[in-house]
Ligand binder design. Structure first.
Ligand code: NAD
Ligand code: MG
Length: 385
């Protein structure tokens, strides 16, 4: 395999930094050509000095001078601002984009990479939740592979390798259940930010950690799976599996079920997506069945974790509903992280926004952008009251 040049959009995040660990461990296989960060200029500078990319982008324009000066002695190009993300994604200096920005902000640069025919390793699930039909259609048109990084979707993708045209009967998306598995609303109503940020099995960015605690993450993943694997909503089942050893499963038309397993470590799906179709040897800890003799499964508690019910509703409804759900959820999560609203208020905000914003059955990309904006404004207006 020749060296693959990776553009990491969101290089300072949890996925981005782990991707750089994979690159550092496999210098013959990968190089980092583009690195981007929203506000963590110090880390972006350190990464640029270590990996010597072609270009870096700092989202926060106030930090441009700091980054530019720190990299003055190098030939790293420095850009700043939101527009620069798209412009850099259009540069023909890389072989694959790792889409690791969090939230709606990841959509435009990823669309730009697809437009110029670059394969995508997709961590940013919100891209598919917001505009999955358009993103996947464009990828098909351009014959661009979209390889999932999300561990559940990587598991499904790995189960499908070698299956050719064999039909999927259903997929079983496993969910850890998050830090509040088994808890009831009378407990959740008092949950605070720091408690919700503690995930039992994974260490992740703040937004996805909250989404995991509310089970919104699993709802977003159902929608992500629909677009990645071209499924009908009723082909997607969520099963709670607290040990997070089975990362997800595929059941075929003959009833046979394939699972992909391992210890929870995002570096595995990251390196799998970057190296596909090859596997790379590593020394990550191995799972030993004899030491973990119980794997358990249960149904999700949709009455307590209503975000999952709302996301399922959006999945079935289609159109711009997942986009509305996502926008309201982003507003809700950041408000919760700032201690502006309570844990259960997040669900209220999402539900009210879904009821308020006009439904569009087959939105254009422009209409998705508009629905996103309207949903954000409405959700935010609920917080100020
Ligand atoms: P994070 O918050 O740790 O990092 C986010 C990255 O995006 C940072 O580099 C940040 O600078 C950048 N960013 C944030 N806001 C931005 C904006 N407005 N414009 C441009 N860049 C911006 O997030 P993460 O946990 O690494 O997650 C990244 C994506 O991967 C999310 O979509 C998440 O759902 C998905 N994902 C993460 C994990 C995980 O284990 N962390 C697992 C599966 C999927
Ligand atoms: Mg996941």
């Amino acid at each position: 395999m020749s060296q693959k040049r990776i553009a990491i959009f969101g290089s300072t995040g949890s996925i981005g930094t782990q991707a750089l660990e994979v690159i550092a461990a496999n210098p013959g296989l990968f190089s980092a050509e583009i690195l981007t960060a929203q506000s963590n200029a110090d880390l972006l500078i350190r990464q640029a000095l270590q990996f010597n990319p072609n270009a870096v982008v700092i989202g926060d324009e106030k930090k441009y001078t700091q980054v530019k000066e720190a990299l003055a002695g190098t030939d790293v190009k420095v850009f700043a601002g939101e527009k620069a993300l798209e412009e850099t994604a259009a540069l023909d200096c890389y072989d694959m984009m790792l889409a690791a920005i969090v939230g709606y902000a990841g959509l435009r640069p990823t669309m730009q990479a697809i437009a110029i025919g670059k394969p995508i390793a997709l961590a940013n699930k919100e891209t598919l939740v917001v505009a999955g039909d358009i993103v996947m259609r464009k990828a098909m048109e351009k014959q661009v592979p979209v390889i999932p990084v999300d561990s559940e979707h990587s598991a499904i993708f790995q189960c499908l390798v070698g299956e050719g045209r064999n039909k999927i009967e259903r997929i079983i998306l496993t969910a850890s259940g998050g830090p509040f598995l088994g808890k009831k609303p009378n407990f959740l109503v008092n949950v605070k930010r720091d408690h919700a940020l503690q995930h039992p099995n994974w260490s992740m960015g703040a937004k996805i950690s909250i989404d995991s605690a509310t089970l919104m993450n699993k709802g977003l993943e159902m929608i992500e799976a629909k677009w990645l694997f071209n499924l009908q909503p009723d082909q997607i089942q969520v099963t709670v599996h607290p040990q997070s050893i089975i990362h997800s499963m595929v059941q075929f038309e003959d009833g046979s079920i394939k699972a992909q397993m391992g210890l929870p470590d995002m570096k595995l799906p990251i390196q799998y997506a970057m190296a596909f179709p090859n596997r790379i040897a590593n020394d990550f800890p191995r799972f030993d069945f004899r030491k973990h003799n119980t794997l358990t499964f249960e149904e999700p508690d949709l009455k307590t974790f209503r975000n999952l019910a709302l996301a399922t509703e959006a999945l079935y409804k289609g159109g711009n509903m997942p986009c509305i759900l996502n926008a309201a959820n982003e507003i809700a999560v950041y408000a919760f992280l700032r201690n502006r609203i309570g844990f259960l208020d997040m669900t209220e905000l999402v539900e009210q926004t879904m009821n308020k914003i006009a439904f569009i059955e087959q939105p254009t990309l422009e209409e998705y952008f508009e629905s996103d904006g309207e949903a954000r404004n409405f959700a935010a207006s609920l917080i100020h009251m």
